[in-house]
Design a protein around this ligand. Structure first.
Ligand code: CUA
Length: 178
């Protein structure tokens, strides 16, 4: 075997092979590093949707008494933007369960979410919206519905006997008249 190693052709071949191997090891490590950093970045930024806590109240019953959470709970804030004040209670979403939330496609919607009793999970199926409804805390998240259709708010945090039926409806209508 030692005769082979001394062969000039074999020497050149081994050098070339080692160069390629080093290059490919480096490329693989670089790819893993790029994917890792991209994954961390996307998780931190949650695909562009980040739920933020708007306010925390000392008394958990305070949000339910605020004017925003009385009445319809849907407020137009601009030509193409809406606020939705969402109150979770066992086992319904107000608005959403008794009356669907109707909004135009393409509008920027900011959901302010709180709970009047226990923890609930505010998830809108088919979107990246997912935040916890907490008594005494108002969380908010903004989203633009790009496609008309019916979206369902589902509770994804166990909240008692009616948990699985705690469903709300969002109807996204076609383009609003300009
Ligand atoms: Cu509300 Cu589960």
């Amino acid at each position: 075997m030692s005769a082979l190693v001394n062969d000039p052709f074999e020497e050149r071949f081994h050098h070339a092979a080692q160069r390629h191997e080093r290059a490919w090891v480096f490329i693989s490590v670089a790819m893993i590093a790029v994917l890792f950093i991209a994954a961390v970045y996307l998780v931190v930024h949650d695909y562009g949707v980040v739920a933020k806590t708007a306010r925390i109240y000392a008394d958990p019953n305070t949000p339910a008494t605020l004017a925003d959470f009385q009445g319809k709970g849907i407020v137009q804030t601009g030509p193409d933007s809406f606020n939705v004040y969402e109150m979770a209670r066992i086992w319904s979403w107000t608005p959403g369960t008794a009356t669907p939330i109707t909004l135009p496609v393409g509008a920027k919607v900011t959901f302010y979410v709180t709970s009047g009793d226990v923890l609930h999970g505010f998830e809108i199926q088919g979107t990246s919206i997912n935040l916890t409804a907490i008594p005494g805390v108002i969380g908010h998240v903004s989203y633009t519905f790009d496609k008309p259709g019916t979206y369902y708010i589902i509770c994804n945090e166990y909240c008692g006997a009616g948990h699985q039926a705690m469903i709300g409806k969002i109807i996204i209508t076609g383009r609003a008249q300009a």
